[in-house]
Ligand binder design. Structure first.
Ligand code: FES
Ligand code: FES
Length: 172
């Protein structure tokens, strides 16, 4: 038996399908309307035009979509856009200073740590987070930290080399 409908104008209000969120994105304040089911990756790429963040698996196993949220790596494919409200987000677009690449980006280029480049933004963001926590990681630590990031092209050795190179260039 179906429940009788409440009279028109009574009963619970319909759930919101979009909400206004505000957060800092690559150092700038952003305020936008976010559909409640939108992922953070969709918000960044499709709504805000920052396509540097890539989406591959969409189920939090490849790391391509990694961004920093309050300094910690996050899989933006499995994070709701509304959960960015009040946070500080950094994407790969936020690393370079004008035409000057971030030292981690420089190191990836110098070590030939990319081929097709699709996985690279995720590896770079993970590396930025690693070096913030551990400025001089050894290769074992690098391997363990990047365990959740997949690359179909490089064989990983150049990526490890790039991370060590970035550490050598930036460690205090
Ligand atoms: S696309 Fe998000 S982890 Fe693979
Ligand atoms: S460089 Fe192609 S997937 Fe990593």
């Amino acid at each position: 038996m179906t429940e009788p409908r409440p009279p028109e104008g009574e009963g619970p209000a319909p759930a919101a399908t979009s909400v206004v969120i505000a957060f800092r994105l690559n150092g700038r304040r952003v305020e936008t309307l976010a559909p409640v089911r939108l992922t953070a990756a969709e918000l960044l790429r499709d709504q805000l035009g920052l396509t540097g963040t890539k989406v591959s698996c969409g189920i939090q196993v490849c790391g391509a979509c990694t961004v920093l949220v309050d300094g910690a790596p996050a899989s933006s494919c499995c994070l709701l856009a509304v959960d960015l409200d009040g946070t500080e987000v950094v994407t790969v677009e936020g690393l370079a200073q004008g035409r000057e690449l971030h030292p981690v980006q420089e190191a990836f280029a110098a070590a030939n740590a990319l081929q097709c480049g699709y996985c690279t933004p995720g590896f770079v963001m993970m590396t930025v987070a690693l070096l913030a926590a551990d400025p001089r990681p050894d290769r074992a630590a690098v391997r363990e930290w990047l365990d959740g990031n997949l690359c179909r092209c490089t064989g990983y050795a150049p990526i490890e080399t790039a991370v060590i190179l970035a550490a050598e260039r930036t460690a205090p």
